[in-house]
Design a protein around this ligand. Structure first.
Ligand code: PHE
Length: 464
């Protein structure tokens, strides 16, 4: 039996609402902005395949685990871990999963709001017609000029954080429903329009080849780590966001189907974003590995060439901003729910405090693109690179690893089987093997491969 059948924070009114909300969390900047540029920086094809493998083998089973744990505990991730360990007499140290998630959430939210601020700014930029008919170089220069201005960036960063705080303060569940229902399908339609443009452009074949041709020689331990980090990030895993949303899932809803729908939707959006962006990159001699600015140069340029491009471009960035908001909300939910539970505090107040803290941290990311561009925290990493790298590539996989282990060994088998309604189902054993063994080993192996240089490892394996 679950501890309680309802959460004090409210409940999704149906399974589909959960699917929409979780898809809203998963589909965000990670798919449209991050995936194409990371794939571009890491050699394309082989990266994409490793990433898809991580989504299927590691991401999907861990997502299932997060929802199950969340629904069993019905509280914020920190308190869910606390009550479940108490109830099942497990070591209290498991609560670290919740704390790690809160820390990762702060780091991610801090830079997420900055990049989402860029998208807000581009709504205006596209609407003004400033990008209509410009060359690729001009689009590139316009973006660099924007990055060079900390004042501009701060303004949009602040605005995005204010929107987020406003929505999370009001209570997510009802306010979001209508919006998600309208905006997610629209986002799909627009992506399809853009992919259509890409397919018809002269760079389509090269784009396709870049994304899907295997170049194993470009895969290093680091590539594996980045692909895995991206799989966690894009599915919102490893930090309790999905666990927090899982706490609001009605007891009668089937979790397995929902999770598959969410992961498939998320993957489709990422691949579509790549198919929209890379053909334009190649058709116009742009650089696929140009980094975080990729989407902000290619998309405005492409729309600038289209009839009614200013209108479509405006809608596109509006939707990107909206996809970002639905994700930002879920990044804040674990800490928000925890503070409300712990201090009986008003959601509004908690939302403001969380927003202010994350905003302050975000200023470091704003400066990373201008005044602190030459300040390196470790190696060549700027403040933004560092926060991004540590949260995405280290904290999320470790969080995910612990969540998988807890689902496999921390909770009694019967509890999970009841949650998943899994008695007598063939996939049940498979899932247990994946969560208890394959996914944790894969995460560990990738960490080891990063530390021990991948080439050395391969050479060693060949010798055996
Ligand atoms: N999945 C979101 C995206 O792809 C980001 C996110 C990460 C959301 C972690 C919640 C938790 O943009």
């Amino acid at each position: 039996m679950a501890l309680s059948s309802e959460s004090r924070h409210g409940m999704w009114s149906s399974r589909w609402l959960f699917v929409l909300a979780a898809a809203g969390s998963a589909v965000g900047l990670g798919n449209i902005w991050k995936f194409p540029y990371i794939a571009g920086e890491n050699g394309g094809g082989a990266f994409v395949l490793v990433y898809l493998g991580c989504v299927a083998l590691v991401g999907l089973p861990i997502m299932l685990a997060e929802v199950v744990i969340g629904r069993e505990g019905r509280r914020s991730p920190i308190n869910t871990m606390r009550v479940l360990t108490q109830q099942h007499h497990r070591h209290p140290a498991w609560v670290i999963v919740g704390w790690l998630g809160v820390a990762a959430g702060f780091l991610i939210l801090s830079y997420y709001a900055v990049i989402a601020g860029w998208a807000l700014f581009y709504i205006l930029r596209m609407a003004s017609g400033a990008m209509t008919g410009v060359t690729a170089n001009v689009a590139n220069q316009a973006f660099n000029d924007f990055l060079a201005s900390p004042g501009q960036m701060l303004l949009w960063h602040t605005l995005f954080m204010m929107f987020t705080v406003y929505i999370i303060g009001r209570g997510v569940i009802k306010g979001l429903e209508t919006a998600i229902r309208w905006f997610m399908p629209l986002l799909f339609v627009l992506l399809i329009v853009l992919v259509g443009y890409g397919v018809n452009s002269s760079g389509f074949e090269r784009g396709l080849e870049f994304m899907f041709r295997l170049k194993w020689e470009s895969v290093t331990g680091e590539t594996l780590l980045i692909a895995m980090g991206q799989a966690f990030f894009t599915l919102s895993l490893g930090m309790g966001a999905i666990m927090a949303y899982g706490a609001y899932v009605p007891s009668t809803a089937s979790i397995t189907q929902s999770v598959i729908v969410i992961a498939v939707l998320d993957t489709l959006v990422a691949v579509a974003a790549g198919l929209a962006i890379f053909p334009i990159v190649f058709a116009n001699g742009l650089e696929p590995a140009q980094g975080p600015g990729l989407m902000f140069v290619t998309i405005p340029f492409a729309f600038g060439q289209l009839p009614m491009g200013a209108i479509f471009g405006t809608i596109f960035f509006l939707l990107v901003s909206f996809a970002a908001i639905t994700s930002a909300i879920s990044i804040s939910e674990p800490v928000l729910a925890y503070l409300v539970e712990q201090y009986n505090a008003k959601r509004k107040r908690v939302a403001i405090s969380v927003g202010v803290l994350a905003w302050i941290l975000g200023v470091g990311t704003v400066f990373s693109f201008n005044v602190w561009a030459d300040v390196h925290i470790v190696g060549q990493l700027t403040f933004f690179d560092f926060v991004d790298y540590v949260s995405q590539n280290i904290m999320l996989p470790i969080g995910g690893l612990l969540i998988a282990l807890f689902a496999a060994y921390g909770l009694p088998k019967t509890v999970i089987a009841a949650q998943l309604n899994a008695r007598g189902k063939a996939w049940w054993i498979g899932w247990r093997i994946v969560v208890g063994c394959i996914a944790p080993l894969a995460v560990l192996a990738v960490f080891v491969a990063t530390v021990v240089e991948f080439d050395t490892l391969m050479a060693w394996l060949n010798l055996q």
